[in-house]
Write a protein that binds this ligand. Structure first.
Ligand code: NAD
Length: 480
């Protein structure tokens, strides 16, 4: 049985309590490793290490910090196959996806913010000829980075990289459900020569390890990605001590397909948007809104394509749909399917547990599901399911499409399909979401602001927004 250890002060260590959590391979339903179950004592040693490392790391010249991040990027690249396999086993996602999306993006995150470290600049405001104001952007100190299980290394590094690039020291709390690649990253950070304490990783449960980290007086900022419920708790905690917070939370994203869209691309991309990573991406389009004149055609083609998705062993190269991440999440999604059934939804395909032969016969698989016939206000169309389940709703006008799209408490992303240029701009501006994709989905440029509005988020990650989050602006006014 493998041990998943904390990285604290440049060393890999077990939790002080000596306690462990099970790490389960969801494709086979069996425990295959044990994870350090940290508590406030481990958090204390990690924060102390970060605080000790801060004066030196924050004064390290930016090009040197940049080189350290690049060394880490190269080591992730070197171990890409090993990391991809670990990510697939830990999360149930297809190995192909881990190899081509998750781990390459972790490399890209470090390379991108290695560049940002040397390109980050601040403003000057000359006040006529009487004074010169200039702004320093100073790193904060020890910061917390808390990440979820759906894109484990991808999202963890998306936070760690800008925090380090800006000169902060990090205490990260990866998801306890998928901790393996974070632990491997900890080892690589030591090999890359990051100074002890610059990057600390503390494993364990949210309330036991994450909560004391957020409450710690020496932690200056919290960058969180996860559920809206936990984000709410963190926001309350941070408010009482005036910590900076960035919250990336849940979504119930609409895909809007207008009759004039290029359906040859809209339909396959809508399937990708709904079912990538088994629907376990915050950006997944789980409400598919279709103009009534093309509704039947689009529905039938969607069903045909979704039925063709291959569910199976994540390690098989041909698998499109792997396992859900855990027994608990599997039960949650099955519960949502029951709710959809009780609400009177018509299941067009899927709707049941998927049976996979052989090694994965006890894994947590669900058939990709499309449901129609439900009103916009029902729970199925309001609650985030975060699984392979999407609903179809018809609309008659642009105004109705926008109203439906905006009718949830979430506001993360939307995908909009039309050939009408004016409508594309008009509708994009009217959608209540932080991100709109026109005639595409999840087409990313890491320089753009990333985040949601309403119950989906507070603040923006990405590009210089992340560098600004992880620094404090100080204005200096020099009277001339
Ligand atoms: P979660 O909120 O249960 O957990 C996220 C992290 O927070 C984990 O590391 C967990 O241990 C920790 N945590 C839990 N309770 C805590 C507490 N009291 N204090 C501090 N930390 C605590 O989320 P999850 O189930 O891991 O992930 C799925 C959710 O993440 C979905 O809602 C999804 O939409 C969201 N998500 C959002 C984005 C985005 O960019 N907006 C990206 C990916 C996932």
């Amino acid at each position: 049985m493998q041990d998943v250890l904390n990285t604290i002060d440049g060393r890999q260590v077990a939790a002080i309590s000596g306690e462990w959590l099970d790490d389960v391979d969801p494709a086979i339903g069996e425990t295959y490793a044990r994870v350090a179950s940290s508590d406030a004592r481990d958090v204390e040693t990690a924060v102390a290490a970060a605080v000790r490392a801060f004066p030196s790391w924050s004064r390290t010249p930016a090009p040197e910090r940049s080189r350290a991040l690049r060394r880490l990027a190269r080591l992730i690249e070197r171990d890409l196959e090993k990391l991809a396999r670990a990510e697939s086993v830990d999360s149930g996602k297809p190995l192909t996806a881990a190899r081509t999306i998750d781990i390459p993006r972790a490399v890209q995150n470090f390379d991108f913010f290695a560049d940002a470290a040397t390109q980050f600049a601040s403003e000057a405001h000359p006040t006529d000829e009487t004074a010169l104001n200039y702004t320093l952007r100073q790193p904060l100190g020890a910061v917390a980075c808390i990440s979820p299980w759906n894109l484990p290394l991808y999202l963890l590094t998306w936070k760690i990289a800008p925090a380090l690039a800006a000169g902060n020291c990090v205490v990260a709390k990866p998801s306890e459900v998928t901790p393996m690649t974070a632990s491997m990253l900890g080892e690589l950070s030591i090999e890359a020569g990051l100074p002890p304490g610059a990057l600390n990783l503390v494993h364990g449960l949210g309330p036991r390890a994450g909560a004391p980290l957020c409450a710690h007086a020496q932690v200056k900022a919290i960058s969180f990605t996860g559920s809206t419920r936990v984000g709410n708790e963190i926001a309350r905690e941070a408010a009482s001590s005036f910590k900076k917070v960035s919250l990336e939370m849940g979504g119930k994203n609409p895909t809007l397909i207008f009759a004039d869209a290029d359906l040859r691309s809209a339909i396959p991309e809508t399937v990708r948007a709904a079912f990538s990573n088994t629907g376990q991406i915050c950006l997944c389009g789980s409400r598919i809104l279709i103009e009534r004149t093309v509704y039947a055609r689009v529905r039938d083609e969607l069903v045909e394509r979704v039925r063709a998705l291959r569910i199976g062993d994540p390690l098989e190269p041909r698998t499109d749909q792997g396992a859900l991440v855990s027994r608990q999440h599997f039960d949650k999604v099955m519960g949502c399917l029951q709710v959809a059934h009780d609400e009177g939804g018509r299941v067009l395909c899927g709707g049941v547990r998927a049976r996979v032969e052989g090694r994965c016969s006890d894994g947590f698989f669900i058939e990709p599901t499309l449901i129609e016939g439900l009103g916009p206000a029902c729970r199925t169309n309001q609650d985030e399911i975060f699984g392979p389940v999407a609903t179809l709703l018809p609309f008659d006008s642009e105004a109705e499409a926008i109203e439906l799209a905006n009718s949830t408490r979430y506001g993360l992303s939307a995908s909009l399909w039309t050939r009408d240029l004016s409508r594309a701009h008009r509708a994009s501006a009217a959608l209540h979401s932080g991100i709109v994709w026109v005639n595409c989905w999840m087409f990313r440029d890491l320089r753009t602001p990333f985040g949601g509005i309403k119950d989906s988020g507070v603040g923006r990650e990405g590009g210089m927004d992340a560098m600004r989050f992880f620094t404090e602006a100080k204005n200096i006014c020099v009277k001339l």
